[in-house]
Design a protein around this ligand. Sequence first.
Ligand SMILES: Cc1cc2nc3c(=O)[nH]c(=O)nc-3n(C[C@H](O)[C@H](O)[C@H](O)COP(=O)(O)OP(=O)(O)OC[C@H]3O[C@@H](n4cnc5c(N)ncnc54)[C@H](O)[C@@H]3O)c2cc1C
Length: 451
Amino acid sequence: MQTQPVRNNFPCVPRSVRRALAVNRSLTLLDVIVVGAGPAGNIAAHRLSQLGYKVAVLDWRVNIGEKLCTGIVGRACVERYPPDQADIYRDAQSATVIAPSGKSHEIFNERPQAYIINRVAFVASLARRASEAGASYILGENVVEVQRTDSGVSVHTSSVAGARRYQARVIVIATGFGSPVLRMVGLDDGGSAEYMVGCQTEVVADRLEGTEVYLGETVAPGSFGWLVPLSDSRALAGLVSRHKLNGHMPRFLYSLKQAGKVRSVIKEPKRWGIPIKPLRRTFGDRVLVVGDAAGFVKPTTGGGIYYALLSGEIAADSVNSAFVADDFTAGGLKRYESEWKAVLGRELRIGYYARRMYEALGDDQVECLVNQLLSSRIQQEFMSAREFSFDWHSGLILKAMGHRELGKLIRSLGPMVAAFLPRLGWPVTAQQRVESEVPTGQASVPGGPFL
Ligand SMILES: Cc1cc2nc3c(=O)[nH]c(=O)nc-3n(C[C@H](O)[C@H](O)[C@H](O)COP(=O)(O)OP(=O)(O)OC[C@H]3O[C@@H](n4cnc5c(N)ncnc54)[C@H](O)[C@@H]3O)c2cc1C
């Protein structure tokens, strides 16, 4: 089989980096096509190239990594996928949570738990490493059709230069949120996909000392807003919610200006989706889905960079096994799903139900919960707990549920909250049912089937 020549084209990447991205015009049949040069696609391409496979990464963007994102990653992510030091804006050892009433709570940890990174530079550096390992990058081309046969995969693209076709043995879909490419391989969940909308802009905020997290219905229903410093004067202001953010962002920015936190807004706010539930199926004949496209995001906060990277690596190993066994059928690639579930399944499930539970709270209940959870005594207990992690939330959620005072408070928050308790492995006893006035039988309804 013959494919079109494959080009690397990094017009928005500095010349020094471009030089490192060696041009490879001699590719014929590829082993693997990765669609999407975000964190998930780049890491999969890197690993597969290191293993000796002929890999091409396709992306319609020309500036790799330039997707709406705040760029906060946790310690575990930074330790496993170290960014270049120059790409770390700052670490986050503390944060301020502003409750719906406006009351501030400081959170502090002895060691930095999170890092604010230059996401575009970080993702571009992942691409550079993949390219140095042999992956070819084809930028500015939009994947418009995918055909799978018994012998391979044909990927059709369109771009200003016209239509092209590439062929490979297997395809990894790393196209991020809401991608039509999933439909092309019959793996989209149609109208049943659950997601939040994130809205963010860059602002001048010259008196900001650290990250601020804003809670409450008027800021972001069932979720939160943020102000994240990038430098002494620049910051990112944003909101995320499952609700339609009608007028929330202008109101949020106005209130930040009124409070003297933000001096001016530099850019128009942009919006993008964040999945909160994994796809029902993430593999098929000659295809695997990774990262946001597969719904691998922390449902609690919407952070997805780390899980995108982890899933990209897991997918690369599954593709490798498929090559070894020469079996690219759904049966041969199925192990990918059991492997990502072993790593991410519990986090996605518990995080999802914890989010649903949080979304059921009114402002008064959030206030009450935050007052107790962030009191210095309980904060200390949780920060020093073995389960504390910016990247893995299920341990902490379950610890809170089992905590003598917090657990009691959570279980007293009313029927909407109590209804999620069994989903978090916390049986609703007859006593609690009476206390929270949950009609029998209602407790197991919300949330629907998860995986
Ligand atoms: C407002 C906001 C703030 C966020 N902040 C954080 C944060 O602080 N920390 C965090 O961890 N996560 C954050 N996230 C989530 C994070 O950005 C994603 O989880 C992460 O980027 C997912 O990586 P990915 O590789 O799966 O997909 P993406 O990074 O979305 O990359 C997908 C790539 O596929 C390409 N593509 C799509 N369709 C096609 C096609 N048809 N043909 C060719 N190319 C295609 C796109 O151009 C893109 O480059 C945030 C999200 C939003 C919306």
